[in-house]
Ligand binder design. Sequence first.
Ligand code: UGA
Length: 438
Amino acid sequence: MTVKPRIGIIGTGYVGLVSGACFADLDFQVSCLDVVSEKVELINKAIPPIFENGLKELLLSVVTERKLLAATLNRQEMFDNSDLLFICLPTPSSEDGSIDLSFIENETKELAKLLKESKDYKTFVVKSTVIPGTTSGVVRKTLEEISGKIAGQDFGLAMNPEFLMEGLAISNFTKPDRIVIGAVDDTSFEHVKQLYTSFDCEILKTTTSEAEMIKYATNSFLATKVSFINEIANISEGLGINVGQVARGIGLDDRISPRFLRAGVGFGGSCFPKDVKALYAVSKQLNVESQVLKAALQANELQPQRAVDLLAQMTEIKGKVIALLGLAFKPETDDMREAPSIRISQRLHDMGATVRGYDPIAKETAQRSIPFITHCGSIQEAINGADGVIIVTEWNEFVELKPQDFSDMRTKVIVDGRRIYNPEVFTGSGFKIKIIGQ
Ligand code: UGA
């Protein structure tokens, strides 16, 4: 029986922790490194430090029952216990939209020092989303210069992007559309590939820069698709056309596909806005400024405003109480990064409204992101006595609401920013309602 390689995960954010837990579930021994002691303690107690569907149960299995995953603050310990080391650190946006690689650079220096002293063959794998050229550039250079060793000869180096959607990360990991492995040599490629032998999908072998670009281009394409359908929605509205039918009609074209064609108040999260901005910044640096990416970003900045405009068409906003249902950037997460609710709240606040917000799980994160609104503990607390409601995030508990659930509003005005309601049901009960793209 061949010995299974051991995996090190550096950074236990949602990509690192989900990947680590899923690898452990495939019976790989996994050691997770983080610098935050609270996170390490929680993981070792099988408590997820982030909200992700199914992660609690998975940690219980791989940490507590099967003892396949453990977290540590000790880099040497993680290094000694790993044959492949996945770098899963954050790559935030700098002021100008370009990515800040400082976490990756600093960590690579530390890993290179350990590599210098090590007699074992290690393969380093970048999983973070990084601009094309990062793995073969700064990561390779740092590892080689400090360790005195050579990539593709003394150690392995690869780039293996993730395509995990928050909320669906575990099922995305276990049932991927494809696996992309960019490697500096065949040995590095084979080392990473052996982790995925049980997967039933194409494994694409690329250069490290191609793998990095595949990740950026995927997110940019999907984000552009969302901005595209949002603009079609805005045009459709003016023509009395239901964009839902349009999305259905175009999505049936095999070349387009029905996914990422849900019109709404814009895309958010930690990935789409950041990655499109970063790729756009690269295009500018290369003097080939991308007009498409620029437009996708601009359209997305304007889209939250659309919900406020629709509200203003039905009611005065100044001095009124407006309730937002859903604050997280999408359902099944408490992530508030770049959430459209932030722009919508700001706009309403600037227009003189008193803004209330309710989200099933994002209350704490939302309190930090939008401190100037009233955060409510229930749907009813948010909407009772309100003069208008905007559906910002399509949580299931909002989809199920009926007109009678809104009967204690002071004025019966609703904007459905996520297209979850049938307007006729509401107009029949005396509501004024506008649906984005309808
Ligand atoms: C996204 C990608 O989908 C993942 O493949 C990728 O791995 C991840 O970024 C990343 O780079 O780590 P995520 O940010 O979790 O995943 O969110 P999505 O589910 O893709 O949604 C992004 C935004 O687009 C959300 O605000 C969502 O509401 C919006 N969206 C999505 C729409 O408005 N309409 C759609 O039809 C689809």
